[in-house]
Design a binder for this molecule. Structure first.
Ligand code: GDP
Ligand code: IMO
Ligand code: MG
Length: 419
């Protein structure tokens, strides 16, 4: 048995949470492999909306194990809040397992994130301020604290040592803070984190694969936010790509099965950084309004634009995507002309790839297609969709050389069409 991977192909918020929830009934284990509470994965069913940050999106299904992998970074305070939110719906959380090797976000990591962003001024990354960058820096700098350390008698001493390092860093910045209260909350929340099973998750995953269990690895953020391949430095601090599922769960590359690539029928980006197809006109505003494009974690308005084919092709190649899933087709209903960027122009030259050089100077070259006017949100079968939507899907499949297997037409679990 091989482990499947589901991840975002754009700048995050593609609708990963919804599709993981839709697919969960086919799996035994849902495992998050990277990122942390910078993620906001939205699920809607039976009239209720849930936003998950650290916990895998399979949690609302019975008989499924949910695992937070070693590649994830955990803020105990946010974790505690998520757990109480899930418990309030009477969903059991006892099926949740946590890797001993997952790193902890300390209160001072969040402070350093905020201080660093403030110091950057206009050049800020637009971080979610959840302490992600500083926590991964301590991981690769070999200073971090991990979930498995919590039960060690030296935990407090290790914590104090790292905290004093952080205070020295904070002294470097012109940044005011009050640590006492947030630190108290953090230690209170550790009690909740301790109540869960902390495991050697790579062994668990290895055995599960051997026993023929079906595993879905859930990505966070998106390929264009990957620390190596995204629009650096305007990226997150982890590998958001398929390779991240290998390092973030301990899955061997040859044990990866299907790779599901999730993308919106258009593009959004929250935070700073280049966005070649960004729209500043009424069409962009319309997409943002109808698509309700506000960050699930920070509430910030998402920047909106047309679909970007060179960027999508790049993401498909890096991830080895085997099946595509197109989200939010309903949001484009009623737009007369739909545009898709097929090339960029830079310094008078036409190119069809994302170059190393400053991507903010790329001028998109568009192909235009006729839009559709039908409300798709009640559609039960893709065969009843308007011809223009079929044309868009067929055109995308051809140019991306990958099949589209799901078309999503609304936020609810049921608003999912299969091809
Ligand atoms: P994720 O981070 O990839 O899980 O995505 P988010 O949850 O941050 O953002 C996706 C948003 O779009 C959420 O508010 C979803 O409820 C919503 N959504 C998902 N699929 C669809 C869809 O097909 N149509 C519409 N209108 N909304 C959708
Ligand atoms: P999901 O999993 C969209 C963006 C931030 C910022 C950059 C760095 O919900 O798709 P960070 O806090 O990671 O240091 O921020 O990355 N970002 C996301 N954008 N969706 C996300 O997650 C994101 N997680 C981080 O806005 O530009
Ligand atoms: Mg999100």
């Amino acid at each position: 048995m091989k482990a499947d991977v589901l991840l975002g192909l754009q700048w995050g918020d593609e609708g990963k949470g919804k599709i993981v929830d839709v697919l969960t009934s086919k799996y035994d284990i849902i495992a998050r492999f990277q990122g942390g509470p910078n993620a906001g994965h939205t699920l809607e069913f039976e009239g209720i909306k849930h936003v998950l940050h650290t916990i895998p999106s399979g949690i609302f299904h019975k008989n499924v194990t949910n695992l937070i992998g070693n590649g994830v970074v955990i803020d105990p305070v946010i974790f505690k809040k998520e757990i109480s939110g899930i418990k309030s719906t009477n969903i059991p959380t006892s099926t949740l397992l946590i890797s001993k090797k997952a790193h902890l976000i300390l209160p001072t990591h969040k402070l350093i994130d905020a201080a660093s962003e403030k110091a950057k001024g206009k050049e800020k990354i637009g971080s979610t301020l959840k302490g992600i960058g500083p926590t991964y820096m301590d991981k690769t700098g070999r200073n971090g604290l991990r979930v498995g350390d919590i039960s060690s008698p030296e935990f407090k001493a290790k914590y104090e040592k790292l905290k004093s390092k952080h205070i020295q860093i904070l002294n470097f910045y012109d940044y005011q803070y009050d640590l006492e209260e947030i630190e108290k909350k953090w230690f209170d929340a550790l009690v909740t984190l301790k109540e869960f099973k902390h495991i050697d998750s790579e062994h668990y995953i290895h055995n599960a694969i051997k026993e023929g269990k079906k595993i879905l690895s859930e990505g966070a953020q998106g390929t264009l936010l990957d620390v190596d391949f995204g629009s650096y430095p305007y990226v997150t601090s982890s590998n958001t790509i398929t390779a991240g599922a290998c390092t973030g769960l301990g899955i061997a590359p040859n044990a990866i099965g299907q790779v599901f690539g999730i993308f919106k029928a258009y593009c959004t980006r929250v935070g700073s950084g280049p966005f070649p197809t960004e729209l500043f006109d009424e069409v962009g505003a319309r997409i943002g309004k109808i698509g309700n494009e506000f960050g699930a974690t920070t509430g910030r308005a998402r920047r909106c634009g047309w679909i970007d084919i060179p960027a999508l092709k790049y993401a498909i190649n890096i991830n080895g995507v085997t099946k595509l899933m197109m989200m939010k087709a309903d949001v484009l209903s009623g737009i007369d002309v739909i545009k898709a960027c097929t090339h960029y122009e830079i310094n008078g030259k036409k190119i069809d790839y994302l170059p190393f050089e400053d991507n903010s100077n790329l001028k998109p070259i568009y192909t235009e297609m006729k839009g559709w006017n039908m409300d798709l949100t009640d559609l039960k079968n893709l065969s009843n969709a308007p011809k223009e939507l079929h044309d868009y899907i067929n055109w995308l499949e051809k140019i991306l050389e990958t099949p589209i297997t799901i078309v999503s037409v609304g936020p609810d679990r049921m608003q999912t069409l299969y091809k």
